[in-house]
Design a protein around this ligand. Sequence first.
Ligand code: E4P
Length: 223
Amino acid sequence: MKLFIDSASTAEIEDCLKKGAIQGITTNPSIISKEPKTDFVEHVKKIVSVCKKFGGKISLSMEVTSEKAQEMEKEAIDYAERIKYSDLYIKIPLTGWDELETIKNLTSRGINVNCTCLFNEAQCLLAAYAGASYVSLFRGRMRDAGIESDQVISNTRRLLEETGLPSEIIAGSIRGPRDVIDSFLAGAHIVTVGVEHIKKMATHLKSKESADQFLSDFRKWTK
Ligand code: E4P
């Protein structure tokens, strides 16, 4: 099981890597748009520099912004060639039938694919058959739509295992620390989450209360 950060902020990414809290990074066009306006590829290269500072081998996903499958393929090849990072994953949203051929062609060229914007087992299975390394289920948005997200995650995990497909499930669209744990317990291989929720995972009211009480007792004893 791996925890990824859903962010394009080099500061947030570095802060989490310093604490050993994350094993990968996912971005999407909305997340990128939260950063100061700059060249997309150049910004991703800055994130790659941070990854290399921590030894590389840190999974990094960036999403295509084309709308047609064939254009997505060209865009993905361009990014892979320009960024040259072995742990780069190109996100291909599965918005239609043709994107599966894009995924298959890219993986055949040795380009890692994270198939994203997924909402059910069938989409994940087809993306996995096409060769996607990751299948990204949008847990929060699924629940917004009344979909039993954790059952879908669990079913997908079972289907991947029974078919022997090597793809890993990423649970994204995470809304809080409890969602992270529930996603893992449901069978997600990876959960990707914003830094604000990662930080919340580290704290509990009773932890501070307990530590403070210990210190108070100790200080009384040393008086
Ligand atoms: C995964 O990387 C997804 O793009 C991301 O988690 C989506 O989150 P959202 O539903 O909050 O936009």
